[in-house]
Design a protein around this ligand. Structure first.
Ligand code: IPD
Ligand code: CA
Length: 265
């Protein structure tokens, strides 16, 4: 498996999907709802997904493809050696409101969900983050590293809120704890991009609960390959790959973040 070659393919596919998204950008959108009224999908999500799935299916016919809007492939229960996790628009709410912070997120994993390749592309800024296991993380082809911040009161964090509103109180508790201890917080609206901002040192850490593998796998690999740390709230690495709860950081601040998230601070 030539991960660098696959990474290049994933980069090309992400850019193609981003071009498609820009055709719908800043136009009136067609929205439908999914799990609840806050969980939406637009014509852009579906068009982007179609481009990505068609390209990956043609190039890697034996790989299983899991895609957020359901357009992936089902290889009879997923008996492939390789899995793609696709978020055709991470940050659909921003996209639907014409806010320029959303991304195409594409990850290749092994059957145990360990990310091998990850690509995150913002088609508005044209910034492309990518990583391959053992080969580092790049932004537009140049290597990036996590920040060296080691004090909470100098750190800038981001988080996100699931469309599951029953999590509101839990989210607000974390938010208050981080707000009182850190330099400041951001809720930018694309978990995949947020984690790439951690990978490139723009942010010092990111956490979220109740999201999905397709939201997190590419961003997590970008953080890991840039020298950062990714775990669940209990500090377990493989557990965070599901997105059930994820915390990514520059490494130096990881223990402090876990203390806050576990009410130990
Ligand atoms: C969402 C974004 C957002 C996060 C939500 C996710 P989607 O993904 O990543 O930042 O806070 O929890 O659902 O739905 O736009 O792919
Ligand atoms: Ca999405």
């Amino acid at each position: 498996m030539d991960l660098q070659q696959i990474r290049q393919t994933a980069e090309r596919v992400a850019r193609q999907a981003g071009d498609v998204l820009m055709r719908y950008w800043a136009q009136p959108h067609t929205e439908t709802t999914k799990r609840n009224i806050y969980d939406i999908v637009t014509e852009g999500d579906k068009a982007s997904e179609a481009v990505i799935v068609a390209a990956l299916r043609e190039r890697f016919p034996d790989h299983h493809i899991v895609s957020e809007e359901g357009g992936g492939t089902d290889l009879s229960g997923g008996t492939s050696d390789y899995f793609w996790y696709i978020d055709p628009v991470d940050g659909t709410t921003n996209f639907a409101h014409n806010l320029p912070y959303f991304s195409v997120s594409i990850a290749l994993t092994d059957p145990a969900l360990n990310p091998l390749v990850g690509v995150v592309y913002n088609p508005v800024t044209r910034e492309l983050f990518s990583a391959a296991r053992g080969f580092g993380t790049t932004l537009d082809g140049a290597p990036v590293r996590v920040s060296t911040t080691d004090r909470l009161d100098r750190a800038l964090f981001a988080s996100g809120f699931s469309s599951d509103k029953t999590r509101a109180r839990e989210n607000m508790r974390y938010w208050e704890q981080f707000m009182t201890r850190s330099r400041d917080l951001r809720r930018l609206g694309s978990a995949a991009l947020d984690m790439c901002y951690v990978a490139s040192g723009r942010l010092d850490g990111f956490w979220e609960t109740g999201i999905n593998s397709w939201d997190v796998l590419a961003g997590i690999l970008c953080v890991q390959e840039a020298g950062g740390t990714a775990t669940d709230f209990a500090g377990q690495t493989t557990e965070c790959y599901t997105g059930a709860n994820v915390v990514t950081s520059n490494g130096r601040l990881h223990a402090a973040m876990l203390d806050i998230l576990n009410d130990r601070a």
